[in-house]
Design a protein around this ligand. Structure first.
Ligand code: DAH
Length: 382
């Protein structure tokens, strides 16, 4: 019997160990990882320290590491089975690289990067894929390494100058990093936000092709997290960057599935040596074809009424693989008498690499229908 919590389908399991970001063939994710690692290793910031890079941390972590240690509220949506891939009720596929933060802090590291693949149940479109890559960074100081005036303030119970010190150092590093990646004339702005694990928290946005685009989240690590790592005399910052998001912008990559393609027309374009990031030229966009599917969800008194759109997205991805480009919920209604809910999804099929035949798409659509019936117990195709 599979554990109730085990919601990791074979298609997702097969991605573990692909290590796109460790390839030595100029894969854009590997190149970007190397650029950020070099930035933090070489001391681009005068007086900055060397950041050790951890790139082989295990994908399976505990609920404690991924959520509890980072003070994620118990009712936070990201904890749900609809959003996260669980191995069992205690272990899961990390949904962010921040999951390793407390483990490495407890080991005594003070300046480090963590890079790897992360897993999320999410929408299906050109910028979302259930596996993607993040680079997190952490820098902490022992109180006694801080300028004497800040130490004195902290002794008096006043944290204000410490917060300014940490946030200034964080902004200095991250704005220099973004300028290194995108060019020194890139326009940036800081936007206040919230994360469970930092206070204050900021997002960094860049102005790109007429729009403000969020490129990373960061902030001052909450005291409680450090205290739980037996680092009560420590303060510091942390950040997290999505590598696909950055690489898609840098190289004009239009669809996130391309990072996974084995079509050499993709990888070939990244083999040239150049100071500027290569601009990807799409090799002819193949025609798309869409199909709708509608079904009744299980009736309200059934065990499986807590159906989530992500359950359908996940099942469709398993059946269609990378031939599905996007899925949209185009209609839903509740029958006035039976109170039963009906949903209709539009699936857009398109291969990155070739033309699809009608017969092929029909066959996939049939597989998706069969999978709805077999895995959403109590559902009914319309
Ligand atoms: N873990 C966050 C995410 O996946 C990103 C992040 C934000 C990481 C702030 C951090 C941080 O370390 O301080 O969206």
């Amino acid at each position: 019997m599979p554990h109730k919590y085990n919601n990791i389908p074979p298609g997702i399991k097969s991605k573990i160990g692909r290590d796109l970001f460790l390839q030595e063939n100029n894969h854009p994710l590997a190149t970007l990882k190397r650029r950020i690692e070099t930035f933090f290793a070489q001391g681009y910031i005068p007086g900055s320290t060397f950041f050790k890079c951890f790139d082989r941390l295990p994908q399976v972590v505990s609920v404690q590491q991924n959520f509890d240690d980072l003070l994620t509220p118990k009712d936070h949506p990201s904890r749900q089975l609809s959003d996260t891939y669980y191995v069992n009720d205690k272990m899961l596929l990390r949904c962010h690289m921040t999951a390793h933060q407390t483990t490495l802090l407890k080991e005594g590291h003070t300046a480090f990067l963590m890079v790897g693949d992360v897993y999320r149940r999410d929408e299906v479109d050109a910028t979302h894929y259930p596996v993607f890559h993040q680079m997190d960074g952490v820098r902490v100081w022992d109180r006694y390494e801080l300028p004497p005036t800040i130490q004195a303030d902290l002794e008096k119970g006043n944290r204000d100058s410490a917060v300014v010190f940490v946030m200034d150092d964080l902004k200095l590093h991250l704005s220099a990093l973004v300028k290194d990646l995108f060019g020194s004339d890139i326009e940036l702005r800081w936007v206040e936000t919230t994360f469970p694990f930092t206070e204050p928290s900021l997002e960094l946005e860049i102005y790109w092709e007429g729009q403000w685009l969020e490129v990373l989240g960061c902030g001052m690590i909450r005291d409680e997290i450090l205290k739980n790592c037996e680092k009560s005399n420590t303060i510091g910052w942390a950040f997290g960057i999505g590598l696909e998001r950055i690489a898609m912008v840098l190289h004009d990559i239009p669809d996130i599935r391309l990072f996974w393609t084995d079509d050499n027309r993709f990888m070939k374009q990244f083999q040239v040596q150049s100071d500027k990031p290569v601009k990807f030229v799409p090799y002819s966009k193949h025609p798309a074809c869409y199909k709708d599917i509608s079904f009744w969800l299980p009736s309200e008194d059934s065990e499986t009424t807590n159906f989530h759109d992500n359950d359908f997205f996940s099942l469709a991805r398993e059946a269609a693989g990378d031939l599905v480009e996007s899925i949209q919920l185009i209609d839903s209604f509740v029958h006035p008498k039976t109170r039963r809910k009906s949903v209709c999804y539009r699936i857009l099929y398109r291969s990155m690499d070739r033309n699809l035949t009608n017969a092929e798409v029909d066959e996939i659509q049939d597989r998706i229908k069969a999978s709805v019936v077999s895995s959403i117990v109590g559902s009914e195709l319309r």
